[in-house]
Write a protein that binds this ligand. Structure first.
Ligand SMILES: Nc1ncnc2c1ncn2[C@@H]1O[C@H](COP(=O)(O)OP(=O)(O)OP(=O)(O)O)[C@@H](O)[C@H]1O
Length: 380
């Protein structure tokens, strides 16, 4: 079912946690709320669940208005048909898996045969059929989280809310369950709101990502769109772009602009420069990293190529030396210290070649089209 949040403002005492937030979530869509700790993700989710009462705004699930500050509508959580899965499993350890999953259906006094069938179906969906009679205390963390998911799904919620459900699990299990969750969500065409501060989880699970800062959504789009075109350097940083430097404009020639970083010039397509007060202002002074008006040059690590044979100086060719080598299977991540300037991260496909040892002199190069110039933050 679709979910609509309109102009939601929520405060805890004097502290405003969500500011005039609006978002439409389509039927069957997986929306991930992504952002740093304290930006208001969980609070937003709890408003949908009915666990927090906003100061103002309206929330609609399907065609039912579940909250409206003006009309004083506030449907209690247990009447919203919303399922929730949290970081802690909240599974009863002394009960069987079957009992854990069947509990809410029994509360509703559904016929036994129907309960059995629904629990069986949902255990099958989360891959726990063979564990139905096992005590929950004997399960691994990943299996517990599947029980928690099954317990929500068995109620056939209109919307499933997930708050960092995988963060207690080890990295490998997290990766696997991430894919399973996405598969289940897509198979059931379930409307989901998923809260995380983990960018790779967000990219993998979302139909759309809503990036939150200070109680506001600052960018909302498909994962690949946000990754390719973040609105600000702080969003790029959050999505894992490690080459971000303050810059000033030094010169323009034809369709290229030359930007100055510490000790180096970078060429960028003039049309990709931001305009207005946040734009890369002409100037010869040093770029001030503390000044939010100073624009940032962003180059994704995968857009930097490393060569051991010399390149002509100038353009976007910078001489440096390998400082750190981190082998990542099919990729190698190099940290290159540029001569007299900043360090660059380069993510280089390995293609079976030998790794460059620490200390190797290299030329780092990037196409002007791969260089983004962004405001430090999305203007408030
Ligand atoms: N019960 C509460 N009482 C007072 N302040 C709260 C309460 N819950 C959250 N806050 C504050 O509201 C703001 C938003 O918190 P929220 O938990 O929604 O953020 P979050 O993005 O989900 O963070 P995290 O990833 O750490 O859970 C924070 O400043 C937080 O300190």
């Amino acid at each position: 079912m679709k979910v609509q949040l309109e102009n939601i403002t929520l405060a805890y005492g004097d502290a405003v946690a969500i500011k005039d937030l609006s978002v439409d979530i389509a039927d069957g869509e997986s929306l991930v709320l992504l952002g740093k700790s304290g930006c208001g993700k969980t609070s937003t989710m709890r408003c949908v669940a009915g666990l927090e009462t906003p100061l103002s705004g309206r929330i609609t699930i399907g065609d039912t208005v579940v909250f409206d500050s003006e009309r004083r509508v506030d449907v209690p959580p247990n009447k919203r048909n919303v399922g929730m899965v949290f970081q802690s499993y909240a599974v009863w350890p002394h009960r069987t898996i079957f009992h854990n999953v069947a509990f809410s259906l029994r509360q509703q006094k559904l016929p036994k045969a129907e309960i059995r069938e629904r629990v069986r179906d949902v255990l099958d969906l989360v891959g726990l059929t063979e564990f139905a009679d096992r005590g929950a205390s004997l399960l691994s963390g990943g299996q517990m989280q599947r029980v928690a998911l099954a317990r929500s799904l068995v109620m056939r919620p209109s919307v499933l809310l997930l708050d960092e459900p995988l963060s207690n699990l080890d990295a490998r299990l997290r990766d696997r369950l991430r894919v399973e969750l996405r598969e289940i969500q897509q198979r059931l065409s379930l409307t989901c709101v998923y809260v995380t501060h983990d960018q790779s989880e967000a990219l993998a699970l979302a139909d759309r990502i809503a990036l939150m800062q200070n109680g506001r959504i600052v960018q909302i789009d498909r994962p690949e769109k946000i990754y390719d075109a973040p609105f600000s350097a702080s969003i790029a940083d959050f999505l894992g772009v490690s080459n971000i430097f303050p810059c000033t404009r030094v010169a323009s020639r034809e369709n290229l602009s030359v930007l100055g970083l510490t000790g180096h010039d970078v060429e960028v397509l003039s049309r990709s420069l931001p305009t207005g007060p946040e734009g890369a202002a002409e100037g010869s002074g040093a770029a001030d990293p503390a000044d939010p008006a100073t624009p940032r040059v962003c180059i994704r690590p995968e857009d930097i190529r490393l060569l051991t044979e010399p390149l002509p100086e100038g353009g976007n060719n910078w001489l440096g030396k390998v400082e750190v080598v981190s082998f990542q299977g099919s990729y190698v991540r190099y940290r290159v210290g540029l001569k007299g300037g900043p360090e660059l991260d380069a993510l280089v496909p390995r293609h079976g070649s030998a790794l460059l040892p620490v200390g190797t002199p290299v030329w780092a190069t990037a196409e002007p089209t791969a260089v983004q110039v962004l405001p430090a933050e999305v203007p408030a």
